[in-house]
Design a protein around this ligand. Structure first.
Ligand SMILES: [Zn+2]
Length: 189
């Protein structure tokens, strides 16, 4: 279990980077194509779409009284339209009169027909979020390599101070080299 978690943590930056690349592709695509994926259940319809740089999630739930069409089971389908010929996008289906703020929106409306929830997220924001784990991994790796390089030339791994005269402890920042710190005292006798 621990091993599985470790593998998952180690894989996160790579997976995240791959998803970021795919999202950049979708971001670009969203200005040419409107893509929607639907999921319909007997009482609800969920729609995930990309349109003009926006990622939107919608959920529409029919009230008990307005169940005109009965669908059994769960149905999935998707559609795409050329952006040039489609006038409506996710923003136009916002249920209330509040406008999205910097491309972000969360709205919920409840009527006699049922309820609707709309979430709008700019695709650039999703890309930025996905870029965080690989960026952190890259920084951690660069720091580690810098430390190794410094230590190899007798410099402090932490601050880079020349420790050739004082190899046991850095006089500048007080850092103790890990190898020296971990060394156990020699058994006597
Ligand atoms: Zn130092």
């Amino acid at each position: 279990m621990k091993r599985a978690i470790r593998i998952l943590i180690n894989a996160t930056p790579t997976v995240s980077l791959a998803l970021a690349v795919v999202t950049v592709f979708l971001w670009r695509l969203s200005y040419h194509q409107l893509r929607r994926t639907y999921c319909q259940t007997p009482r609800s319809t969920y729609v995930a779409s990309i349109s003009r740089g926006e990622f939107s999630l919608e959920g529409h739930r029919s009230s008990v009284f307005s169940r005109v069409t009965l669908v059994s089971g769960v149905r999935w389908w998707s559609e795409s339209h050329h952006a040039r010929y489609v006038s409506d996008d996710a923003a136009s289906r916002i249920p209330s009169d509040r406008a999205p703020v910097a491309g972000f929106y969360f709205g919920r409306s409840i009527g006699t027909e049922g309820s609707s929830t709309v979430i709008l997220i700019p695709i650039w924001f999703v890309v930025a979020l996905l870029a965080v784990p690989p960026a952190l991994a890259f920084r951690r790796d660069a720091r580690r390599r810098r430390g190794v390089r410094r230590a190899a030339t007798g410099h402090c791994a932490q601050c880079g101070y020349d420790c050739r005269a004082t190899p046991d402890r850095c006089p500048e920042c007080g850092a103790v080299p890990i190898a020296k710190d971990a060394r156990l005292p020699e058994p006597r006798g």
